[in-house]
Ligand binder design. Structure first.
Ligand code: MGP
Length: 244
């Protein structure tokens, strides 16, 4: 799986000297991002700060697998990027179908190639196009969970103590939640670690709790996920059993 990309904008960096200066920190994190990086992972420049690091993608996939309602058999990765989450979701083995939507053709090529490296390319249904259009094909389908790791408007999110999700670019929390909630009650959003939790809490329904999980590497939070809908985590179930 060492095929070398032959298209401008798709890279298989093999040495730090080939790496753009502003992205150098990611070169040193490459095996935290992709354990199988050396098997010929393809990346775009933007993918370095957008992709979910593999241990985190695996953890999220495990959390969704254990907590999603059992009758849900399909999962959609709405912003597939170079494939980190879709690959982890497919590897979890929990889903009858995993769909991955990506609108940038070069990024999509990377995702398909990377999924081949991880041996799950044929387990993922690839959908080209804007996710807000592509998601329409799931209208009326009751067994879908939607996972979305949207762009956060660049790396500047880290400059604020608390990140204002109403100002997230190009899509804010309201747009993301409303667009996806039309198609599924179960929506998982991957958001900046410093996201305003008060803004998130407003989406809790009928006195129900909303699960928010921080995902860390070596003790440092990288991002959080909000689990909208009827996800049931083991600890929560144990608590409810104790109460009854
Ligand atoms: P980072 O901004 O590079 O922070 O991304 P890091 O490595 O903690 O850097 P430091 O300078 O604070 O030390 C951390 C993680 O956030 C990345 O691995 C991605 O998973 C995620 N991430 C970062 N950005 C800018 C985005 C984004 O725009 N969209 C999504 N979905 N994830 C992002």
């Amino acid at each position: 799986m060492s095929a070398t990309p032959d298209e401008k904008g798709i890279h298989q960096w093999r040495h730090v000297d080939q790496f753009p200066e502003q992205l150098k920190k990611y070169w040193f994190q490459r095996f935290k991002i992709w354990e199988q990086y050396d098997r010929g992972i393809w990346m775009t420049e933007d993918a370095w700060f957008g992709v979910t690091p593999e241990p985190i993608a695996n953890k999220i996939a495990a959390h969704i697998a254990e907590s999603a309602p059992k009758e849900k058999t399909v999962i959609v990765d709405a912003f597939a990027g170079v494939g980190g989450n879709a690959i982890a979701l497919a590897r979890s083995g929990r889903w009858e179908r995993v769909f991955a939507i990506e609108k940038d053709p070069k990024t999509m090529k990377c995702a398909k190639h990377n999924a081949e490296i991880y041996g799950v390319s044929s387990k993922i249904f690839w959908l080209d196009g804007d996710c807000f259009d592509a998601i329409n094909r799931f209208a009326g389908n009751k067994n879908v969970v939607i996972f979305a790791s949207p762009p956060w408007g660049g790396t500047e999110y880290g400059e604020d103590n608390i990140f204002d999700l109403t100002k997230m670019q190009p899509y804010n929390l309201e747009k993301l939640y409303k667009s996806f909630n039309k198609y599924s009650n179960e929506v998982v959003l991957y958001l900046p670690r410093n996201s305003d939790l008060n803004q998130i809490a407003r989406y809790a329904q009928d006195g129900k709790k909303l699960e928010v999980a921080h995902y860390a590497i070596m003790g440092a939070s990288k991002a959080l996920c909000v689990y909208f809908g009827d996800f049931r985590f083991e600890e929560e179930e144990q608590e409810q059993e104790k109460e009854s």
